[in-house]
Design a protein around this ligand. Structure first.
Ligand SMILES: *Cc1c(COP(=O)(O)O)cnc(C)c1O
Length: 461
C-alpha cells in the first residue's frame, strides 16, 4: 500500500506497452474496456490506488466472482487467489456459512442506526476468546479504527506526539500519512499532498528494528509521546518480521515513559491466531486495532483496550468517536459467521501447517535452483523478495530495483492462473479454502514462473 501511495501520483500508463504482449498472455479485452470506462468515473479508474496495476504489467483485471480459493475475471479467466481481498477472506470467497448468515440478516433490513443484538454477539465472540481486550468499539474500516485508537491514546495520556515506523502502514488518516525525514530521529514528512505540516510534526517516524532510535526519541521528546504504533507484524511493505525481543523492548520502554503501545492488527488480528499478534508474542499492548478479517468481507474495523482505557470513549468519556453505519447488522452478521469458524478448535493449526508445507516446498525448489529469491513467511502470510538476504526487518533493506523481477513474476503467474497482489511490496495470503490440490497447482506455476524469470536473469555465480 505504501508502494501504491508512491505510484498513485505517477499517473502514466507507458509501462503497459513495455515488454508485455507475450504470446501466451491471458485475454484482458473485457477488463480493458471496463477499465477505460472506469477512468471516466474515478481518479486512475479505481477506488483504491493499488488496484490500478501501476506496479505490474497490463491492465487491471475486473473481477466478476469468487468462490473458494478461485477468482474469475470479466474475460472468464480463472485464478487461484492469494490476495484474498488483501486479507479479509481467510475462509476463501463466498463461504456458504457467511453467505447464509448475511442473507438471513439482510432480509430484516440493512441499517437501523440503533443498537442490535448482532453487535453484542460479535463483541462477545471476540472478547470471550481474547484475553488481551476488555472492551471494544466497532467502526467501518481499518483506517477509522487506527485513527480512533490514536485519538484515544492522545486523550488518555494528554500528550500529542506519536511514534510510527518506516515500513508500517496504518491507513490513510492525516497523522499516519507520514514518512521518515532525514536523520535518525526527526519529525516525519507528509507522504501525501494535503496533509498539513503541523500534523506531520506530531508524528515521529523511526526505522524498525532499531532500539537506539526509540530511546533517542523518548529522551528528545520526554513527556510528549502518547504512543508507539506498530503493525502486529509489518506486512504492508514487504513482510518485515520483527524479533520478539524488539517488540518486548517497545512494550517496556513505553511503559517506562507512561506512553501507550498500540498494536495495529488490521492484518494480523484473527490471522496469526484468534488472538493475533498479541498472543503470538505473548505481549499485552494497550490498544489493539482490527479490520480486514473481522468483517468477513464486509466493511468492519474495531479498536479495543482495557475497560479503564475504553471508559475515555464517548459517551462514557471525553474522547469523541462515532459512526452512522458502525456496527451495521449485515456486516456484523458476516463477522460473526466468519469468526465462529475461526474459533473452532484446530483451525489455525491446520491453516498454518498447510501454509508452512507450501512455503517449505517452494523454498526447497529455490535452494535447489540457487535462485536469488527468498520466501518470507509467518502463519498464513507469505512474501516473495528477490534478494539473498536471510532477514529483511527494515523498509530500507528492501531492494527497490528488484521489483522489476516481481513485475515479470506477476505476469508469468497470471498467465498460469495464479493471482497475487499487483505489487512486489504486497504480501500473499493462504486461506482455509486453498486445498492441497490447488496449492500443488500453484507451486508448479510458481516453479515455472521462477524458471521463466531466471532464464533471462541468471542467478549470481
Ligand atoms: C489495511 C490496513 C489498514 C487500513 O485498513 P482499511 O480498511 O484499508 O482502511 C490499517 N492498518 C493495517 C495494518 C492494514 O493492513
Amino acid at each position: 500500500m505504501l508502494d501504491a501511495l508512491k505510484k498513485a501520483f505517477s499517473g502514466n500508463d507507458e509501462h503497459r506497452t513495455a515488454p508485455a504482449g507475450k504470446k501466451n498472455d491471458i485475454s484482458r479485452e473485457k477488463s480493458a474496456v471496463l477499465y477505460e470506462k472506469a477512468k471516466q468515473f474515478f481518479p486512475g479508474g479505481v477506488n483504491s490506488p493499488v488496484r490500478a496495476f501501476k506496479s505490474v504489467y497490463g491492465t487491471p483485471l475486473f473481477i466478476e466472482r469468487g468462490d473458494g480459493c478461485f477468482l474469475w475475471d470479466a474475460d472468464g479467466n480463472q485464478f487461484i487467489d492469494f490476495c484474498c481481498s488483501w486479507g479479509p477472506l481467510i475462509l476463501g470467497h463466498n463461504h456458504p456459512k457467511i453467505r447464509e448468515r448475511v442473507t438471513k440478516t439482510l432480509e430484516k433490513g440493512l441499517s437501523f442506526g440503533a443498537p442490535t443484538a448482532l453487535e453484542n454477539e460479535l463483541a462477545e465472540l471476540i472478547l470471550k476468546n481474547n484475553k488481551y481486550l476488555e472492551k471494544i468499539r466497532f467502526v467501518s474500516s481499518g483506517t477509522e479504527a487506527v485513527m480512533s485508537a490514536i485519538r484515544l491514546a492522545r486523550g488518555y495520556t494528554g500528550r500529542d506526539k506519536i511514534i510510527k515506523f518506516e515500513g508500517c502502514y496504518h491507513g490513510h488518516s492525516d497523522s499516519l500519512l507520514v514518512k521518515a525525514g532525514s536523520g535518525l530521529v526527526t519529525f516525519g514528512e507528509t507522504s501525501s499532498a494535503g496533509v498539513p505540516k503541523a500534523f506531520a510534526a506530531e508524528t515521529i517516524v523511526l526505522p524498525l528494528d532499531n532500539r537506539d532510535a526509540v530511546e533517542s526519541a523518548f529522551s528528545q521528546f520526554s513527556g510528549q509521546i502518547a504512543a508507539i504504533i506498530i503493525e502486529g507484524i509489518p506486512a504492508n511493505n514487504g513482510l518485515l518480521i520483527q524479533e520478539p525481543a524488539y517488540v518486548q523492548f517497545l512494550r517496556d520502554i513505553t511503559k517506562q515513559h507512561g506512553a501507550l503501545l498500540i498494536f495495529d492488527e488490521v492484518i494480523t488480528g484473527f490471522r496469526l491466531g484468534f488472538e493475533g499478534a498479541a498472543a503470538h508474542y505473548g505481549i499485552q499492548p494497550d490498544i489493539i486495532t482490527y479490520g480486514k478479517i473481522i468483517g468477513g468481507g464486509m466493511p468492519v474495523g474495531a479498536y479495543g483496550a482495557s475497560a479503564e482505557l475504553m471508559a475515555c470513549i464517548s459517551p462514557d468519556g471525553a474522547v469523541y468517536q462515532a459512526g452512522t453505519l458502525s456496527g451495521n447488522p449485515v456486516a456484523m452478521a458476516a463477522g460473526i459467521a466468519q469468526l465462529t469458524e475461526l474459533k473452532g478448535s484446530g483451525f489455525y493449526k491446520a491453516l498454518n501447517a498447510k501454509a508452512s508445507e507450501f512455503v517449505e516446498a517452494i523454498r526447497r525448489y529455490i535452494a535447489a535452483k540457487n535462485y536469488k529469491v527468498k520466501l518470507f513467511h509467518v502463519g498464513s502470510i507469505f512474501w516473495f523478495a528477490f534478494t539473498d538476504q536471510e532477514h529483511i526487518r527494515t523498509a530500507s533493506a528492501i531492494d527497490h530495483g528488484s521489483m522489476e523481477h516481481y513485475k515479470v513474476f506477476h505476469r508469468e503467474l497470471l498467465n498460469r492462473g495464479i493471482y497475487l497482489g499487483p505489487s512486489g511490496y504486497e504480501v500473499g495470503f493462504i486461506s482455509a479454502a486453498h486445498s492441497k490440490i490447488e496449492l500443488e497447482k500453484a507451486k508448479r506455476a510458481i516453479f515455472e514462473s521462477l524458471d521463466e524469470l531466471f532464464r533471462h536473469n541468471k542467478p549470481a555465480a
